[in-house]
Design a protein around this ligand. Structure first.
Ligand SMILES: *[C@@H]1O[C@H](CO)[C@@H](O)[C@H](O)[C@H]1NC(C)=O
Ligand SMILES: *[C@@H]1O[C@H](CO)[C@@H](O)[C@H](O)[C@H]1NC(C)=O
Ligand SMILES: *[C@@H]1O[C@H](CO)[C@@H](O)[C@H](O)[C@H]1NC(C)=O
Ligand SMILES: *[C@@H]1O[C@H](CO)[C@@H](O)[C@H](O)[C@H]1NC(C)=O
Length: 634
């Protein structure tokens, strides 16, 4: 019998060990099993291109430094039995199963693809490049859900929340320069486990699946992990908002406690010519004017590079000049972009992938969806109860795609309320994403999920809170269902046909449109066609749920015929009533939902591209016919 590759590796390791003891990093990689991509229920054209060096791009484009190093790649992993294991971390013990970071444990790309990942250990080792000086930060793009980090057997810190980035200054925990450091990470992710209630969006433990609109959960590390070299006092966050009239409001946050002078430089697009310069102090918002900037809009997504200097720290960033507001045009409440009514037509964009679950297989794959939508003429996406990587928002900024950013919801069918945690995480959503020009509104509650039954009290409180944290955008307090007249939008959900901005009601309490606010169709469409075995998410429970899709066409030409009339009906509502935006369900199929513009594997495009292009342009034309300019409302 021929020895398997892993046996060979083991034999080699033995002979090496006999001579000299290798550093722990080698020891680990030699004793750990081999990584293999798992055969999942469905793959994409990118799955096999991922390799073992995934997501190599610099992950934080609005606060970028040159000295950084990705820790993505193969780590060790093992399942843990409970949170009590935190009392006795497996220091120096190799974790025998390989996992490909940053793909969550349920994904084929992770190489694990298990179920019920509640508690986990992750480990890797790293060296700090010898030409780095100063302090070292360890950065996580996102880990679902509670993360405890140890470096060289000492606890560095903890973070709670599955969608947010976080960083630690690990300088004091590092070994001498040139020596290997051990990184051990414990993750707890209850998702929808009994007795828990966390912000988890559409994730659902398989055993709790109650219908086809909830999907495979994502546990563990699901965005890039990286090291960065920073000076002793460094910029931890940069908030920039830039208005269409050239007014910039910036806040530079400092890791230290003293306020330091900061220099900010804005460059002409694709040039090293300086457009504007200003000085301020860290920790305090400061404002300055930029002369006649080119404004950001879906048709002209102009971005300006920025550099910021604070003491020894220099970071690169960017912004776009645009103003989001609300006004009345010919008697109708409208969302305004740069003072004009721009009809927003988007998709419900859930950001699920058959091979990576929450993590697209690659940057190219992620951008493929966006390019397809842009090509057909969509100018907006509703980022549906999920938060994406910073690179996703940058891509929308660059391509000119407006975003309605949903707050990821609490689980809809769990009695426990978790308003405090929801509120804390809502703050983080806004603080971490308020500098992306593409985001035009925040969405608080989707179809009542996690929305307390207190007659709108919490809804109004949190709407005010969002306005305080970010006065530069509109707020969609309730997308569908239990509306209590909070926020800027009157948002109706109706499948398959839209009922957008029309004076319709049901019974004495349910109004589909309230004319004191902007009329929007937050969801409609949702029609599907079944897919062949090749494009199917091959999970029996999901296949059995395909019939729950709102409306099924037996073939793709019929699907396009039906889509055409749904879009024409929407166009008539735009021309006649007060419809200002609409969201088609949805970008892609997701598991047992087969109603995407593209299939889940992105291999079949259901849209008749020319027909969709024409229908979408006709909607923009109908909207223009209703008037563009408005005096902004006070
Ligand atoms: C992990 O361990 C727990 C407790 O022993 C067990 O219930 C669970 O099924 C395990 N999960 C995996 C993915 O192995
Ligand atoms: C500038 O932004 C900060 C928050 O980042 C806000 O508190 C402040 O009111 C803004 N100032 C102006 C003049 O818009
Ligand atoms: C911003 O800077 C980067 C890096 O130098 C460059 O590749 C990019 O084209 C610049 N973008 C703009 C809008 O100037
Ligand atoms: C959809 O197609 C798959 C095969 O591709 C089949 O197994 C399944 O039964 C079909 N479901 C419905 C509702 O037609």
């Amino acid at each position: 019998m021929r020895p398997s590759i892993s046996t060979l590796v083991y034999i080699l390791a033995g002979s090496v060990l006999a001579k000299s003891i290798p550093p722990s990093s080698e020891r680990r990689s030699l004793t750990r099993g081999e990584y293999a991509l798992k055969e999942g229920p469905l793959d994409t054209d990118w799955t096999n291109k991922v390799g073992t060096n995934p997501w190599p791009e610099y992950p934080r484009p609005q606060l970028a430094r040159s000295k950084w190093k990705t820790l993505n790649g193969l780590w060790g992993w093992r399942n843990a039995s409970s949170g009590r294991e935190l009392d006795n971390p497996p220091f120096g013990v190799p974790l025998d199963q390989p996992v490909l970071v940053p793909f969550c444990l349920e994904s084929a790309l992770s190489g694990v693809m298990g179920e019920y990942h509640i508690w986990s250990w992750y480990e890797t080792t790293f060296n700090v490049p010898s030409d780095w000086s100063g302090h070292i930060t360890l950065n996580f793009g996102a880990v679902d859900h509670t993360t405890t980090v140890f470096v060289n057997r000492r606890k560095v810190g903890e973070h709670v929340g599955g969608y947010w980035s976080f960083s630690f200054d690990i300088t004091q925990y590092l070994n001498e320069p040139g020596q290997t450091n051990e990184l051990l990470v414990f993750v707890y992710d209850p998702t929808t486990m009994d007795g828990t209630q966390i912000v988890s969006g559409k994730q659902n433990l398989q055993s709790k699946r109650f219908d086809h609109i909830f999907y495979t959960p994502c546990s563990g590390i699901w965005q890039t992990v990286w090291l960065e070299a920073v000076p002793t006092e460094y910029i931890t966050q940069l908030d920039v908002s830039a208005a269409a009239d050239g007014k910039v409001n910036a806040t530079v946050h400092n890791s230290g406690t003293t306020s330091l002078p900061v220099d900010i430089t804005i460059y002409e697009p694709y040039s090293t010519d300086v457009k504007a310069q200003a000085i301020g102090k860290s920790g305090n918002p400061f404002q300055f004017m930029v002369e006649s900037p080119k404004v950001w809009s879906p048709n002209t997504p102009t971005l300006y590079n920025i550099s910021v200097k604070m003491g020894d720290d220099i970071v690169q960033s960017y912004t776009g000049f645009r103003t989001v507001s609300r006004g009345v045009i010919n008697g109708v409440q409208r969302p305004l972009l740069n003072g004009e009514f721009v009809f927003q037509f988007g998709t419900l964009d859930q950001g699920f992938w058959p091979d990576g679950i929450y993590t697209p297989p690659s940057h190219e794959a992620m951008v493929y969806d966006l390019l397809k939508l842009k090509e057909v003429g969509f100018n907006m996406l509703r980022k549906h109860i999920k938060v994406e990587t910073a690179l996703f928002y940058k891509a929308c900024d660059e391509l000119g795609l407006m975003l309605i950013q949903d707050m990821p919801s609490l689980s809809p069918w769990r009695g426990l309320t978790a308003v405090n945690d929801f509120t804390r995480e809502l703050d983080i959503l806004i603080e971490q994403h308020k500098s992306y020009p593409s985001i035009v509104s925040w969405m608080l509650y989707n179809e009542g999920w996690g929305q307390p039954g207190d007659n709108g009290k919490t809804e109004h409180l949190l709407t005010d809170r969002i306005r305080q944290l970010d006065p530069t955008r509109l707020v969609n307090s309730v997308s569908g269902w239990h509306d209590h007249v909070a926020g800027d939008f009157s948002d109706n959900h109706h499948y398959a046909s839209a009922q957008c901005g029309m004076p319709l009601h049901q019974g004495t309490t349910v109004k589909f449109y309230d004319k004191t606010r902007i009329g929007i169709q937050g969801e409609f469409g949702g029609i599907g066609t079944n897919v062949s075995e090749a494009n199917l998410w091959k999970v029996p429970a999901a296949v059995a749920a395909i019939d729950q899709t709102y409306e099924m066409a037996d073939d793709i030409p019929t699907w396009n015929f039906r889509a055409h009339w749904l879009l024409k009906e929407l166009e008539a509502q735009i021309a006649t009533y007060a419809c200002s935006a609409a969201v088609w369900t949805q970008t892609t199929d997701v598991e047992g939902e087969v109603n995407g513009l593209l299939t889940y594997d992105r291999r079949v495009i259901r849209m008749d591209i020319e027909q969709w292009k024409d229908d979408i342009q006709a909607m923009y034309k109908a909207a223009e016919g209703r008037g563009k300019q408005a005096a902004p409302m006070d």
